[in-house]
Ligand binder design. Sequence first.
Ligand code: TZP
Ligand code: MG
Length: 228
Amino acid sequence: MSPKKVDYSLYLVTDSTPAILGGKDLVSVVKAAVEGGVTVVQYRDKTSDTAELVQIAQELHKITKPAGVPLLINDRADVALAAGVEGVHVGQDDLDLKTARRLLGPDAIIGVTANSEEEALEASRDGADYLGIGTVYATPTKENTKSIIGTAGVQQILSALAAARYDVSTVCIGGINASNAQRVLYQSTSPQKKLDGVAVVSAIMASSNPKQAAEKLAELVQTHPPFA
Ligand code: TZP
Ligand code: MG
């Protein structure tokens, strides 16, 4: 699949749990984050029922769409379809990529979580638009993750994708914040293939000032030192 024109540089994954969101309102936080410069939003909500998911996705879409920011739904292609958003993000244990593609069509943005070279190569071969590579660093936001691969693991996956000549887009996720975002981008990049961006949950969703947090991260990812 040829790459779609999507800016993955600052990818926000939402979290509605009190531990992250605190007393804040999800829609207001996403609005602030979009104003601050996030380039993709993934609506990730493990507790709402289907009707609520569709309704909240539609609310979020009213914010993201005018800003030109793609909205993707975690796990649920049916919700993405019902809400009319741009795509879906699936993990290894979710709906398989080929089925998601059949449901959503060639123009949808479909991302897949990849923890290893094998998972990354398989998802790329099957037509993922982007890969969410991780977990980079251990994080309380998602405790039941598979192995922590560090930036060296991300780099190894990028090298394997380059060797196989896949031009799939890539972001990495897990424990990324303003103090390590540039280091993650720098250390993860392989000589043959660069990361397209970083994905964060708590660095924006748990912030008392999500707009400012997004602005800071956007500046960091856009100004990280250029490298070959
Ligand atoms: N997938 C791998 S780690 C993670 C997800 C959804 C959570 C990342 O959260 P944070 O707060 O950015 O570390
Ligand atoms: Mg999932």
